[in-house]
Write a protein that binds this ligand. Structure first.
Ligand code: SF4
Length: 336
C-alpha cells in the first residue's frame, strides 16, 4: 500500500476543508474503514491523505417532523436494529440485515455504505482495463465475464452495478442525502445521488470535490411501514445481490392506491422504476397487472452475454415481493 497521511477530526467543516485542500484523487474520507482500506490494499485507490470522519457527531437516529433522520456515521447495525426503523421503515432494516456480515455491520457506516464501490471484478483488478478506475482504458466486462453486471442503465463505457442494498431501500422510500461541502450544505434526492455511467463512469456520484455525506432523511408516508426488501444472491450470507427489490404499497381492497418500487443488482445505480409503479397504481393487484409491471420494468433492458437470466429473474422477484406484501396485508386484516 502506498504511504499516506492520516488526519482525524470531530469537526465536519474541518474534515471537508482537509479533503478539499488536496486534488480530487489525492484525499479521501474514511469512517468504518471496511471499504476504503481494501481498495487501498489492492492498489485501486491511492490517496495521499485519509481523513477519518468516523467520530464526527453525526451518528443520531431520530424521527422528527415526519422525517427519519439518520446520521452518516451511524453504524449499519444500529440503524437496522432501531425500533423506529424496524416498525416504520422495515425495508431499510431488512436491506441492512441482508448486507455484508455481522462484523462488517458493526463497523460500517451509513455514509460509507452509500459510497461503496462496484464489485465488478475488473475494477478491483488493476491489471484489467476499466474505465471507472482508469478513464479511457476500456471496459473488460463488456466482452468478458458479465454475469453480475447491469441490464439497465449501462453504457458502452461501463456496465457495473451498484452494490448497496441500503440504497435500493432508500430509493424506494424517496430518501434524500444530506451533504456538507466547501460551498455549504446540500440535499440531494437519493435517486439523483448515484450517476449513470454514460461516457464518464468515473463520476459515480453527485458529490463535489471535498463534499461529504452528513446523513440521510426519509419522509414518513402511508406506504413506508408496508415496505419490504427481497434479495436474491448466490449464497445466503456475506454476498451481494444478483437481483434485489424494495417495494411498498397500499391497497384498497385489491386496488393499488400507492406503490414504490426500486431494484438492485440490475443497474449502475439503485433503479427506481416509475414505469413499473405506473403499471400498478390505480389498478387491481393481480397476475396480469403484476406481469405488466414486470414487462414495463425490463422494457429497455440490454442484457449481455452472461446475464440475460436477470431479465426474467427480476420480474419473478417483483412478483414474489408483491405477493408477500399482499399476504402480509391479508394476515393483518385477518388478525383484527
Ligand atoms: Fe470497469 Fe465498469 Fe467495465 Fe467493470 S463494468 S470493467 S467497473 S468500466
Amino acid at each position: 500500500m502506498k504511504p499516506f497521511d492520516y488526519a482525524r477530526t470531530i469537526r465536519p467543516s474541518e474534515a471537508v476543508g482537509l479533503v478539499a485542500s488536496r486534488s480530487r484523487d489525492e484525499a479521501a474520507f474514511i469512517a468504518g474503514g471496511t471499504e476504503l482500506t481494501n481498495l487501498m490494499k489492492d492498489g485501486v485507490l491511492a490517496p495521499s491523505l485519509v481523513v477519518d470522519v468516523g467520530e464526527l457527531p453525526l451518528s443520531g437516529i431520530e424521527l422528527r417532523d415526519g422525517r427519519l433522520r439518520v446520521g452518516a456515521t451511524a453504524r449499519m447495525r444500529e440503524v437496522a436494529d432501531h425500533p423506529v426503523v424496524r416498525e416504520r421503515f422495515p425495508a431499510i432494516s431488512e436491506a441492512l440485515l441482508a448486507s455484508a456480515s455481522p462484523q462488517v455491520r458493526n463497523r460500517a457506516t451509513i455514509g460509507g455504505n452509500l459510497m461503496q464501490r462496484t464489485r465488478c471484478g475488473y475494477y478491483r483488478d488493476v491489471g484489467s482495463p476499466c474505465n471507472l478506475r482508469e478513464p479511457g482504458s476500456g471496459c473488460a466486462a463488456i466482452g468478458g465475464q458479465n454475469r453480475r453486471h447491469a441490464i439497465l442503465g449501462g453504457s458502452d463505457h461501463c456496465i457495473a452495478v451498484h452494490p448497496s442494498d441500503l440504497a435500493v431501500a432508500l430509493s424506494a422510500l424517496d430518501a434524500v442525502v444530506l451533504t456538507l461541502g466547501p460551498d455549504g450544505r446540500r440535499s440531494i434526492a437519493l435517486k439523483d445521488f448515484h450517476l449513470l455511467p454514460g461516457a464518464t463512469p468515473h463520476r459515480e456520484t453527485a458529490l463535489r470535490h471535498g463534499e461529504m455525506i452528513t446523513g440521510v432523511e426519509v419522509p414518513e408516508s402511508p406506504v413506508a411501514p408496508t415496505s419490504r426488501y427481497l434479495k436474491l444472491r448466490d449464497r445466503a450470507s456475506f454476498e451481494f445481490a444478483v437481483v434485489s427489490v424494495a417495494a411498498a404499497l397500499t391497497l384498497r381492497g385489491r386496488m393499488v392506491t400507492d406503490i414504490r418500487l426500486a431494484f438492485g443488482g440490475i443497474a449502475p445505480r439503485p433503479w427506481r422504476s416509475y414505469a413499473a409503479e405506473d403499471a400498478l397504481r390505480g389498478r387491481p393487484l393481480k397476475d396480469a397487472t403484476v406481469a405488466a409491471a414486470g414487462r414495463a420494468l425490463v422494457r429497455d433492458a440490454k442484457p449481455r452475454e452472461h446475464n440475460a437470466f436477470k431479465v426474467e429473474l427480476v420480474q419473478r422477484a417483483l412478483a414474489d415481493i408483491l405477493n408477500d406484501l399482499e399476504g402480509n396485508r391479508n394476515n393483518l386484516e385477518g388478525n383484527r
